[in-house]
Design a protein around this ligand. Structure first.
Ligand SMILES: [Zn+2]
Ligand SMILES: [Zn+2]
Length: 307
């Protein structure tokens, strides 16, 4: 297990797989908590190739129920259920998720018995926290596509980092009380109230954004605000804007505009169409607006450095 925060592009194709690209799935490993954003066909084999034990997947966030984003789900559930007893697995998606999971299980005559499925359905109207653990949270916002769809941002909890110089100045000795300070809580020591600001520096949590199929919209910009890294679909070149409008997708240029307006650090283009034999055109187009753009391959690993 790697004790870091990293993202792996398991699948970077859009609509149809190619020889080199699998259907959409983005994996986030946060110190051992493994989240998937979408589960396109072939996600299981991509997990194997990435060296991630599939039983470590505990949270599956579905952006929307188009088959290119969900066709890998039944197979993954089937194998996980056969492998692991009492494993809790969250499936979180937009309105309709409960119905879709039920229909899918019925279609495959499959009743998970060992796998403890937890399903959460949420279609917020604005940017909103929809899922929380003690260490991180996921916020979501609706996007503009042909069916209900969420975009997601993973946000690590803010932390307080003890500053040696401030601690020296306070003339307090180290002790277990510093743990509370690190969690942002004040403590009372010998009648004196010590606030986090007095001995520590506030460090904002890291933010990773996944925006799949959509037309440009303001909620995408608010959701992605100041992200460390954003994975944004870029199905078309701006030359094919008419097609992008018709199919409700982004062009590479539009993905870059979202990145620029949101003030993110790094943009990774995903959902790459087979239409472009040389997807370098998408990369060049995006870089004209947002230079720190990357066109990934499947199984690329992105570490998210500490702030
Ligand atoms: Zn799609
Ligand atoms: Zn779609």
């Amino acid at each position: 297990m790697f004790l870091i925060m990293r993202v792996i592009t398991l699948g970077t194709a859009g609509m149809a797989p190619t020889r080199n690209r699998s259907l959409p799935s983005i994996l986030l490993d946060y110190y051992g908590d493994v989240l998937l954003f979408d589960v396109g066909e072939n996600t299981q084999r991509q997990l194997l190739k990435a060296g991630i034990n599939r039983n470590r997947v505990s949270y599956i966030f579905i952006t929307h129920w188009h088959a290119d984003h969900t066709s890998g789900l039944p197979g993954l559930l089937h194998t996980m259920n056969a492998n692991q007893a009492n494993k809790e697995l969250w499936i979180i998606g937009p309105k309709g998720t409960k119905k879709h999971v039920k229909a899918m299980l019925e279609a495959f005559e499959f009743k998970p018995d060992l796998l403890k499925l937890k399903i959460l359905e949420s279609s917020p109207k604005r940017v909103k926290t929809i899922f929380k653990t003690p260490l991180w949270r996921v916020i979501a916002a609706p996007m503009d596509h042909s069916i209900p769809i969420n975009a997601y941002a993973f946000i690590e909890n803010d932390k307080w980092k003890i500053e040696e110089s401030l601690l020296d100045k306070s003339r307090l000795s180290r002790g277990p009380w510093l743990k509370q300070i690190q969690q942002g809580r004040s403590v009372r020591i010998k009648g004196r109230i010590i606030t986090p600001e007095m001995v520590a520096r506030h460090v904002k949590g890291r933010k990773v954004v996944v925006i799949m199929d959509t037309r440009p919209n303001n909620l995408a910009i608010s959701l992605a605000k100041n992200a460390d890294i954003a994975f944004i679909e870029s199905m078309f070149s701006h030359k094919h804007l008419d097609r992008a409008i018709e199919a409700k997708h982004l062009t590479a240029l539009e993905a870059a505009m979202i990145a620029m307006k949101a003030g993110i650090k790094k943009l990774v283009l995903i959902h790459i169409s087979q239409r472009y034999k040389n997807p370098g055109v998408l990369l060049r187009e995006a870089r004209r607006v947002f230079p720190n753009t990357i066109l990934p391959r499947d199984l690329d690993v992105f570490s998210v450095p500490k702030r």
